[in-house]
Design a protein. Structure first.
Length: 75
């Protein structure tokens, strides 16, 4: 069996970087969730099937919706 040739993953996924946006402890997260429960929080998520991942990225880039794009793996 031959080796799998290497290639640049940034070309495949068109990702530039992965960056953490917060450094939290579990206690921090629990405190935040308690605080969030006491305010009128509205969340928005738009579901996409896995094969619609490119469409999800395009809609996010174009600002077609606010919130999170969620890829559904099955169903």
């Amino acid at each position: 069996m031959s080796d799998i040739p290497s290639f640049s993953y940034d070309i495949l996924w068109e990702e530039k970087r992965i960056q953490s946006v917060a450094n939290l402890t579990r206690k921090d997260g629990e405190g935040f969730l308690k605080l969030a429960a006491g305010v009128n929080t509205i969340t928005e998520a738009k579901l996409f099937r896995l094969h619609e991942a490119n469409e999800a990225l395009q809609e996010l880039q174009q600002g077609k919706f606010a919130g999170a794009a969620v890829l559904v793996m099955s169903g």
